[in-house]
Design a protein around this ligand. Structure first.
Ligand code: ADP
Length: 261
């Protein structure tokens, strides 16, 4: 009888061990699945421009009698695909860094308003070319402790998108002010907008709302996931609101007194 009790006890503790081990394995398996999906998506994104380049090079090779104009067009198209691959690899490296245990950001004191004005200056020629008005409402002398280069990268992504998805005669507005213990930055545009059903996914890796259009615009679908990582590395928060045809608004809240690293 006692022997039977010991045997049942042993079986029960063995089963409990199995259940616990299984529970512990679930997050590892989930992370593994996420990683495999990421590699599959990245490979797919790289394959498209590579096969376009291959087709163009084969064209050049098979038709040596083409005119210089025809060859220039083929070379130009190949070059723009090479640029796409470069951008994709750069974005992938940034995300790989965000996933690693490496030091994520390198904070210093700087004036936030100066960073935003620099961004506006850098995008002014593109806005002018596209006939889009950039307006700003930025408080002066906003001292902030953070990674200026990463935050520059964040606003390049957001302002580049705002200009990309807004047509001529539209507006892009950039505002920044101190609100209690945080900085509130809003970037809104009067562009095409994002469908409501897509809004929960726009910060996901490789997510594109309008796939054909964004590919045409040179998008990788990685920009907003990098933007989210940069904001969160500064202990901040980023949200998006949008209405089709009316426009899109990104709001970023960055705490001023947070200790980083
Ligand atoms: P992409 O490199 O394709 O622009 P992002 O991650 O930056 O990738 O953006 C994801 C998707 O969100 C875009 O493909 C686009 O469909 C949508 N999107 C981002 N910003 C805007 C915006 N300002 N206006 C309209 N759609 C936007």
């Amino acid at each position: 009888m006692i022997g039977l009790g010991i045997a049942v006890g042993l079986i029960l503790s063995y089963l409990a061990g199995l259940i616990l081990a299984n529970k512990a394995l679930v997050p590892i398996q989930k992370s593994w699945e996420k990683q495999s999906q990421f590699v599959a998506d990245a490979s797919h994104e790289l394959r498209t421009p590579l096969s376009v380049i291959q087709t163009h090079l084969e064209l050049l090779f098979r038709h040596p009698t083409n005119t210089i104009e025809q060859e220039s067009i083929t070379i130009f198209k190949s070059l723009s695909e090479v640029k796409r691959i470069n951008k994709l690899v750069e974005d992938l490296l940034t995300l790989a860094r965000s996933d690693s245990d490496e030091k994520q950001i390198d904070p210093h004191w700087f004036f936030f308003d100066e960073l935003l004005r620099l961004i506006i200056e850098q995008f002014a020629p593109i806005a002018e070319m596209k006939d889009i008005l950039i307006e700003d409402n930025i408080e002066d002398k906003l001292q902030y402790f953070g990674d200026k280069n990463r935050l520059h990268q964040l606003f390049v992504i957001l302002v580049d998108n705002a200009l990309k998805y807004t047509s001529a005669k539209g507006r892009v507005n950039i505002s920044c002010k101190k609100e209690g213990s945080l900085l509130r930055i809003v970037i809104f545009d009067t562009g095409v907008g994002i469908p409501e059903s897509d809004l929960p996914f726009v910060f996901d890796r490789f997510y594109r709302s309008d796939k054909s259009r964004t590919r045409e615009e040179g998008g990788t679908g990685l920009g907003l996931s990098i933007a989210k990582w940069i904001v969160e590395a500064h202990r901040g928060h980023i949200t998006v609101e949008s209405k089709l045809v009316e426009g899109t608004r990104f709001t970023i809240k960055l705490p001023l007194k947070e200790r980083l690293n």
